[in-house]
Design a binder for this molecule. Structure first.
Ligand code: G3D
Ligand code: MG
Length: 194
């Protein structure tokens, strides 16, 4: 990964970490994005990682993105801090049906976002499992995760999605990519002014 955010090279490979409680659907998201097909998952012990391509229709070659899927079981959550250090973006996957665990998901998200390295890192919340009947709406998830409390410096977007079919995932990743580019530009301008 490029160590500076100036120059084109730094734009060519992004480093994104995917977090969320166990069973939210992170590994399903990863393999759906990587292989464009449903892959039956087993609980992740440690992490999975794949290189995927990002970039909207205007970008035929796309940008390479290293996506890390870090296990979400409680005993693995201490890993979230080192894996989320100096990432370009964070994908936070939630199970939109598991209303009971959204409070736990909120607390973990705010803990991660509060680490000094992560302040202002763009955040894509994937409101996963929207195919299921009792899925909560985007507005409900935004409220329950208290995303408004993350502070004005943090760009975020909540994307309704279904990792089984892939619906919403590409749109979500494209929005994350746009947020990453905007943040880099504003950091660059800030640096110039100093
Ligand atoms: P994790 O990596 O966050 O722990 P997984 O989660 O990707 O292993 O997924 C956990 C379970 O949720 C899996 O089911 C998976 O198939 C299911 N799942 C993932 N995304 C969706 C979705 O969008 N809709 C529905 N209905 N289910 C989803 P199993 O049965 O293997 O536990
Ligand atoms: Mg997993």
């Amino acid at each position: 990964m490029g160590s500076s955010f100036s120059g084109l090279a730094a734009f060519q490979s992004l480093h994104v970490v995917m977090l969320g409680l166990d069973s939210a659907g992170k590994t399903t998201v990863l393999y759906r994005l990587r292989f464009n097909e449903f892959v039956n998952t087993v609980p992740t012990i440690g992490f999975n990682t794949e290189r995927i391509r990002l970039g909207g229709a205007g970008n035929p070659r796309g940008i390479s993105c290293h996506l890390w899927d870090v296990g979400g079981q409680e005993k693995l959550r201490p890993l979230w801090k080192p894996y989320s250090r100096r990432t370009d973006g964070i994908v936070y996957v939630v199970d939109s049906v598991d209303a009971e665990r959204l409070e736990e998901a909120r607390a973990e998200l705010h803990r991660i976002a509060g680490f000094s390295d992560n302040q202002s890192t763009p955040l894509l919340v994937v409101a996963n499992k929207q195919d299921l009947p009792r899925a909560l709406s985007v507005a409900d998830i935004e409220r329950r995760l208290a995303l408004g409390d993350l502070g004005p410096a943090t760009r975020y977007h909540v994307q309704p999605a279904c990792a089984i079919t892939g619906d919403g995932l590409r749109e979500g990743m494209d929005t994350l990519h746009e947020m990453i580019v905007k943040r880099r530009k504003s950091l660059k301008q800030k640096k110039k002014r100093q």
